[in-house]
Design a protein around this ligand. Sequence first.
Ligand code: XMP
Length: 495
Amino acid sequence: DGSPAEKLFNQGYSYTYDDVIFLPHYIDFPTDAVNLSTKLSRNIPLSIPCVSSPMDTVTESYMAAAMAAVGGIGIIHSNATPSEQADMIRSVKSRRVPILSSPVFKTPDSRIVNEFEGDDVPFVFVTQSGNEKSKLLGYVAKSDWLGLKDTEIKLGEIMRTDANVSVPCHYDLGQINGKLKEEGRDFVVLEKEGGEVVDVVTKEEVERVKGYPKLGKGTVGSDGRWMVGAAIGTRGSDKERLEHLVKAGVDVIVLDSSQGNSIYQIEMIKYVKQTYPELDVIGGNVVTMSQAQNLIKAGVDGLRVGMGSGSICTTQEVCAVGRGQATAVYKVSSIATQSGIPVIADGGISFSGHIVKALVLGASTVMMGSFLAGSTEAPGAYELNEKGLQVKKYRGMGSLEAMTKGSDQRYLGDTAKLKIAQGVVGAVADKGSVLKHVPYTMQAVKQGFQDLGASSLRSAHDLLRSKTLRLEVRTAAAQVEGGVHGLASHEKKAF
Ligand code: XMP
């Protein structure tokens, strides 16, 4: 019944995830017995196969912390100055709570002057520097300034200076919750050893997270801090950027390019491996076996696969180059496995079923942009679109808008300075917190694995290569049948 992958993917067609479907196999274990632990790259183990994409509307420190908290990892984008990018790494590394509140900091000399009206700011924190980079001197609660007649009064004169508002920044949610209860407080301030403020965590946020699926240990390095990756390009200046990131403690580097099989990338891979032998470097993007082979020869620790399959990508239309993502993942994985190099299936993930397909076809992880961009943890604020739907902006890194901010080197922008867009700007619907929707999605992926009789990624790959798992191509009508059809309307929520 059906065809082995080897036959299906060698017929000269480029298949996407939606083109193919697995035939069910035999179930002899419960869903909970499925283990999705995996590797991002040679030396980075993950407990779930999820990676957030290095895009400026997807991964900054908040997203990376949340991805690490659920057992995946985030890759911080490089559409920022090297020191801004390094600061994002430091921010992930300095905390153990996947929560970001944006506290307002002021100097002791600041005046009230109706400054906080309009903003829903419950507290203002007073530090010498007026930002989080120095010791906390005190705080002013909203109730303290609301009744004040004298708007000339300085914050330093009315601030509260009670002790016991601070906890070490390495405290996890459980420890913070204990402290909140013990002291009967509405917030605690996370501080580094020298007293520098890292963040403020409120009782409300802790309550919100407590309602989500239970968090495990997360992706923690040997130093006890969350692991985080960062993207860089392949220009000379990226060597300097890399130095900043290494100093900030980055755990893995992703060379961000839409066509990774280039002399620039090969030289960069060699440079990274020579200069920082302990640091894993992920190359890409690639979609063919020969592209992959070149990067493997150069010494990559992981490969990122996909060209033009992303939801905001126009590379295939603009440049006539790329490959259907199911074929690309299968082909590259078949060669990468031989060298023990994990593959990241990058782009084109809209449902949990796409994740199952990517992983079974050989990938070790999936990298997601649009799937995560509507989350609370993605950068940017929610807006209401014309239909009244709550959305967040999501843009391709090759869109004119993103390139104007500096990401053009992903597309090897030439010296003529003529920018050609290979991506678009759009918006995606509100999805709530990553801390909730990623664990639910993983449960759905486990059910897919169970249907296939695969209790782990390794067993799925073995079943595929041994031709036990069979696939078929879905006709256009079969694809329509496989989705919701024939209803006037339907509930879209999955959990
Ligand atoms: P999804 O489908 O998860 O895809 O939204 C995210 C991936 O898309 C790639 N990417 C781009 N590709 N033009 C492209 O052709 C772009 O402007 C662009 N921006 C991102 C990238 O690999 C990302 O992880």
